[in-house]
Design a protein around this ligand. Structure first.
Ligand code: HEM
Length: 424
């Protein structure tokens, strides 16, 4: 039901992104001018939530209207009104529901036992429903009045038709013919809105990488300025040609895939081919995942960092691997890169996400010329992380995951505004 909605050309309409990107970046500029760093992760989550709710539900949750967070230890950071702003209450409930849902999925069928004394998601979901239900009711009412009008006059109003055709919610209601409203599309919507976290996660880690690799940032800005200029709004044609930016996005998706772990359950018995010439693996029917009887998830994150698949420099952040001869690793085996999964349940929002990320990055780099980690505010990894030899030992931020990958306590950055001389 959902797929046709994404295949239409509406995913390349940049108008939705434009006003929210403008809002987010103006607020960031103002905050930096006040002398405070910006929590980029929080800001980008607000941008993607506002864009996603408008695109999918036709109504924006206006999370940017609450303003950006201040560092916890600052005076404005203690403000209680800010915490109780309706959009912050929604965002918090949504985050808690996701964190608890991730815990459930890790516990497998034992989750009911763990929640014997109480459902740990119910309260959070009530908050989410308070936001979503009125929107659903209104869409259903529109559908009903359309049906009635059609029955009496033989024609529906164009305006009502538009409302239902322009959003995913309307599209789903149209598919159910408005007669029976099943609550499963609602849960689909929840999972779809969580699409905002995947996009936000990619942009957060990308900006983290730019803060660590100023040379890459400079090259990226040069591409933005030469393709789009210093202040023009990017078009679909512009972003299609931005090869280096796509490579930077892909390299971020490779090293920091937003969905780092996943689980599958076998429908029937199957024998999988053995890895590297090893013995084949028999998987009985109805078996959760394939690695462990308790349902250990398989990991795209670990696969994306494997030297046998990506070459000896697999752990290094280097976008050129998507442009130079190292591309051979991917072309000869496309399934080594699975940030969006593959097969029948591949991400439906993949192109929407690329468009959204490309658009936002162009706007960001038109306005700012350098990005540094605000080390005075940033939560740093503990000694246990920095010891050892793997990539994690070089991280300057604490990386965690619930359903998606995120930076603990946010990614705090300072950015320098692009001067006129620099842009031209
Ligand atoms: C960088 C951004 C994104 C990443 C990395 C990503 C990743 C994924 C992954 C890995 C899945 C498969 C989950 C599974 O196998 O169980 C998925 C499914 C899905 N994604 Fe995305 N996603 C992104 C953005 C989006 C956006 C922006 C939307 C919507 C606007 C979206 C809509 C969906 C939908 C509807 C599904 C379910 C498909 C199905 O079950 O048939 N995604 N995504």
């Amino acid at each position: 039901m959902t797929r046709p909605f994404f295949s239409k050309d509406r995913i390349s309409h940049f108008d939705i992104f434009e006003k929210h990107a403008e809002d987010a970046l103006n607020q960031a500029k103002a905050r930096l001018r006040e002398g405070y760093p910006v929590n980029f992760q929080d800001m980008i989550c607000r941008f993607t939530l506002d864009s996603a709710t408008e695109f999918l539900l036709g109504e924006c949750v206006r999370s940017l209207s609450a303003g950006l967070v201040y560092p916890k230890n600052s005076l404005p950071g203690q403000d209680k009104d800010y915490k109780n702003h309706p959009s912050n209450v929604f965002a918090r409930a949504f985050l808690n529901a996701q964190t608890n849902a991730a815990l459930r999925s890790r516990l497998g069928s034992f989750w009911r036992l763990a929640e014997f004394w109480g459902d740990c998601i119910k309260k959070e979901m009530e908050v989410c429903h308070r936001f979503i239900d009125p929107i659903l009711k209104e869409a259903l009412a529109t559908r009903r009045s359309m049906n009635e009008r059609k029955q009496s006059t033989g024609q529906a109003r164009t305006k009502e038709k538009g409302v239902l055709e322009d959003t995913l919610l309307g599209h789903l209601i149209n598919c159910t013919d408005g007669k029976t409203f099943i609550y499963s599309p609602l849960s689909d919507l929840h999972s779809t809105i969580s699409a905002r976290d995947t996009t936000a996660s990619t942009l957060t880690f990308l900006v983290y990488m730019l803060s660590q690799h100023p040379v890459i940032l400079k090259r990226l800005r040069a591409e933005v300025v030469s393709t789009v200029g210093s202040c023009r709004k990017p078009t679909n044609d512009d972003v299609r040609d931005m090869k280096y930016m796509r490579a930077v996005i892909n390299e971020t998706l490779r090293l920091y895939p937003p969905v780092p772990f996943n689980v599958r359950t076998s429908v029937g018995a199957v024998t999988l081919p053995g890895a590297n010439g090893g013995l084949p693996i028999y998987v009985p029917p109805k078996t959760r995942s394939v690695l462990h009887p308790l349902g250990t998830p398989y990991s795209v994150l670990f696969m994306h960092r494997r030297k046998d698949l990506w070459g000896p420099d697999a752990e290094i952040f280097d976008p050129d691997r998507f442009l130079d001869e190292r591309l051979k690793y991917l072309t000869s085996n496309p399934f080594i890169f699975l940030p969006f999964n593959a097969g029948p349940r591949i991400c439906l929002g993949q192109q929407f996400a690329y468009n959204e990320m490309l658009f936002f990055l162009v706007c960001l780099l038109q306005r700012f010329s350098s990005i540094t980690l605000a080390e005075d505010v940033q939560t740093r990894p503990s000694a246990g992380w920095t010891e050892g030899t793997g990539r994690h030992s070089q991280e300057k931020v604490v990386i965690k995951h619930h359903l998606t990958l995120y930076v603990e306590e946010g990614l705090w950055v300072r950015m320098e505004e692009a001067g006129d001389a620099e842009i031209t």
